[in-house]
Ligand binder design. Sequence first.
Ligand SMILES: C[S@@+](CC[C@H](N)C(=O)[O-])C[C@H]1O[C@@H](n2cnc3c(N)ncnc32)[C@H](O)[C@@H]1O
Length: 335
Amino acid sequence: MNISSNFADINEAKTNFTDLYTSNDPRNYFKYLGQLDYIIPHLAQPIFSQLIKARQERQDQPVTVLDVGCSYAINGALMKYAVDYEALRQRYTAPSMQSLTSAEVLDLDRHFYQAWPKVPGVKVIGLDVSKNAVRYAQDCGILDHGLAIDLESRDPTAEEAEILSGVDIIVSTGCVGYVTAKTFRRIAQVARNGRAPWAANFVLRMFPFDDIAATLDGQGLVTERYEGATFVQRRFADRGEMEKAIRAVEMRGLDTDGHETEGLYHSELFVSRPAEEVARRPIQGLVTVVSGANKLWLVGANVLGSYGQAVRKSARQVGLIPPGGPARRQIATPR
Ligand SMILES: C[S@@+](CC[C@H](N)C(=O)[O-])C[C@H]1O[C@@H](n2cnc3c(N)ncnc32)[C@H](O)[C@@H]1O
């Protein structure tokens, strides 16, 4: 069995969220993933920031990051602006945002991102199969370049290769599994520009990274796994998803006790760099994980609230309730 069908098999375990990645704006992303405490961009933010700083020390030019499977470029927003994940979640799940059209959200977002001070010396390219997500992320200004392409199925065109040639760091959260070694080979082959790119991937423990690491090795990059920390991606959607995920992780020979058994998907961090860079500064000395510095949110309990008016309307359409609304209850007046 090749790695692609392998990943497809393992993916069967995961709830399919395709619809929320194809909306015209990120409200559904935050509504549904927020409900499951999707947190990996939040946990990846300080790690990406440390890698960007380390790369800035090695070159004079701005650092160009390629986010593979960028979706609405939430990682990009966290890299480029002084915003945090919780602020974005609150923005896109705010009741007052729910009645707006996508065009209105986009218009507000252009101003929103422009109004934040930019982290200096960082450019972000986003790559995703979702045209709508990439268009949004580019139109609102987060992405310097958006590539709505599928490198699982074809090589980049000359124009796309030119954009990818400037990449200094390839990153991903929650995307390995959807993408395989094919995508990474096609990116690494063109992302050179006189200096080898680095890669930092947060990968669910149910997916093996071996084939991607071997592919990157073929492009001169040595992969290290960050030891001593795992990174929660989100809660399982239901018991069925949990059972399948635990089986998949255990089948890889990993102990799920204290990790997936707690009801949470866990990711590992893989960082790939040229051998001399790894020898100069191994990953354990380059990346520091500070536990507890980033405040977690309370789960957005009101996910269903935005449907309230529609549900009320359809309840009235079934005919049991008079069109003018339910009769007011008579309150007995005490004698
Ligand atoms: C779980 S989401 C992660 C989104 C984002 N990285 C984050 O953490 O917020 C997975 C993303 O992978 C994208 N994806 C799926 N297949 C892909 C492919 N072949 N190439 C690029 N992106 C892909 C989906 O459209 C989706 O946006």
